[in-house]
Design a protein around this ligand. Sequence first.
Ligand SMILES: C[S@@+](CC[C@H](N)C(=O)[O-])C[C@H]1O[C@@H](n2cnc3c(N)ncnc32)[C@H](O)[C@@H]1O
Length: 218
Amino acid sequence: MGERMEQQVKSRKRVADHGEVFTAEREVKAMCDLVKPETERIDSRFLEPACGDGNFLSEILARKMAVVRKKYRRSVVDYEMNSLLAVSSLYGVDILADNVEACRQRLFDLWDKEYRSVCKKECNDNMRRAIRFILGRNIVCGNALTLMCVDENAQDTSEPIVFSEWAFVMGGQIQRKDYYFSELLNSPTENDQISLDSPSEEGVFLQQYICDYRRLGE
Ligand SMILES: C[S@@+](CC[C@H](N)C(=O)[O-])C[C@H]1O[C@@H](n2cnc3c(N)ncnc32)[C@H](O)[C@@H]1O
């Protein structure tokens, strides 16, 4: 993260049209520290509802990946499965397509750099494809106010935002369950807080898929 040039405003027009002002790294870190144990739990779910290029999500992923490296660096399979869980627990929505693409790429690059550094010659492209597939589903181009997907002009489409819940079942099999974002928001927890942590008990799910984790996205 330290290698990145920080730019908080891209253009006046983007600020005026979409309130696009990026949070400085120092504030991101300080805010993440407020929930530090959750940011270091590999599968704790986070949603950044106006994610930009992922300032919060990337800080959280970096923290999770440090834990994955520490715990699982001795086994490629354990490392792959847990780093996949870390990525799959992060969700974002942004109304601007270029931000969504930048966010997916940033999270992918962060994950891939770690993957190469830990698994070296045992890295494989199936795993990379699986991570890209998950990011393609979890980081959504949509309107976080109307909960609808948007087109390239940031206009609502008729397609509701759908989020996937990912979980390992039976060893290396990964299960994906899809939910309407609106359903998840209509299911308050005890504290009346939005929770993406256990949607399977709360929302009505749309579809379910199970496959080997290295075949995701085929
Ligand atoms: C203040 S910036 C924050 C970006 C990032 N979360 C950060 O802290 O650096 C707000 C972001 O929200 C996006 N945005 C504005 N209106 C939105 C909406 N209705 N739904 C989703 N994203 C929206 C903008 O494109 C912009 O990237």
